[in-house]
Design a binder for this molecule. Structure first.
Ligand code: COA
Ligand code: MG
Length: 302
């Protein structure tokens, strides 16, 4: 895989699949990817309509000409709608599928097997359609997070998490603590998602920030998430895209410093540690510097 192919996405903007007006905002929204939703943003009465609208939308935008990746969130297996959703959208070559309410890697494998057949029928390259599971939405799912690392799911594009469906599934009246932050249960599954993604060698994507008018709060939250090891974030409103993209991109100072670290190691090819400005840097710093430059699209990364 090339560095470009492995480059994490920063922003995924959700768009209800039955909203012609919102679908009309895809071009120029600036998100690295949009997620055309067939699941919970669509009322039951509109499911079939949304499926058709999203299928048509994809076909009208051939993959080669896309500047924003087109993903689709399908309905989960227990609704009985997944097979029809997937069959309708695969001919339009979505870049990926967001899979909600999974119980663990086996659910992702089952979707992947469906895609194997449908991709072949549609004449698409095998494995072209990636899968991003929402890996914490059922009470069973958190116990399976560690299993992703050895599951061998070649379509796995990352892991993301969600608090709303989990709190509903456990009968909680809130998922927040008295301080307004995630309650312990949700902090726990969030951290486990981060570990599971890194253990599986895929990016971890932070869940949505619900207050879409609070740009400052969103940016602060994204910066904190990036510092913890998250690669990007779900957006629910176009106004969130710029803040997410900027927060998850390395700053000019970070890029400049990463270049210095790489140059220092290049100057001493046999050294395991180097000193820069009176501080010690070792191999983990070199790896982090390479990663920073890869994300920034800097040619010095390799
Ligand atoms: N995608 C594309 N366009 C969007 C959008 C989205 N997610 N959210 C809002 N817009 C558009 C609106 O249609 C509106 O367009 P207009 O200026 O031409 O009228 C403009 O952006 C401003 O929208 P605004 O009035 O600020 O918000 P709203 O009240 O219309 O919508 C939400 C608020 C939350 C309903 C809307 O942002 C939304 O549908 N978000 C996605 C929800 C979703 O998919 N959830 C599933 C995952 S949790
Ligand atoms: Mg949900």
């Amino acid at each position: 895989m090339t560095t470009e192919a492995m480059k994490p996405l920063r922003s995924f903007l959700f768009i209800p699949g039955d909203s012609e007006k919102k679908l009309g905002k895809v071009d120029g929204c600036g998100a690295d990817a949009v997620i055309l939703d067939l699941e919970d943003a669509v009322a039951p009465a509109n499911k079939a309509l949304a499926r058709q609208m999203v299928a048509d939308f994809l076909k009208a935008r051939p993959k080669e000409g896309r500047t924003t990746q087109l993903w689709v969130r399908v309905n989960p297996f227990d609704t009985g709608l997944t097979a029809d959703d997937v069959a309708a959208i695969v001919p339009g070559a979505p870049d990926g599928i967001m899979q909600p309410k999974i119980d663990g890697p086996d659910c992702v494998r089952a979707l992947s097997t469906m895609l194997d057949k449908l991709e072949a029928e549609a004449g698409l390259a095998a494995g072209a359609i990636r899968i991003l599971p929402v890996a914490t939405e059922t009470p069973l799912a958190p116990f399976r997070l560690g299993d992703f690392a050895k599951a061998g799911l070649t379509r796995l594009a990352g892991l993301t998490w969600g608090a709303e469906d989990l709190s509903s599934a456990v009968g909680a009246s809130t998922n927040l603590g008295a301080d307004g932050k995630w309650a312990f249960t949700y902090q726990m599954v969030r951290s486990l998602t981060l570990m599971a993604a890194h253990a599986s060698g895929v990016p971890a994507y932070e869940t949505l920030y619900v207050d879409f008018r609070d740009d400052e709060g969103l940016r602060a939250s994204c910066r904190a998430a990036r510092a913890e090891g998250w690669s990007g974030r779900i957006a629910i409103h176009p106004a969130q895209v710029a803040g997410i993209n900027e927060s998850f991109s390395p700053s000019d100072e970070e890029v400049a410093f990463a270049r210095r670290v790489i140059a220092a190691f290049a100057a001493e090819p046999n050294a395991g540690t180097v000193g820069i400005d009176g501080k010690m840097y070792d191999i983990p710093h070199l790896k982090a510097a390479r990663k920073t430059l890869a994300i920034a699209g800097d040619a010095h990364a390799d």
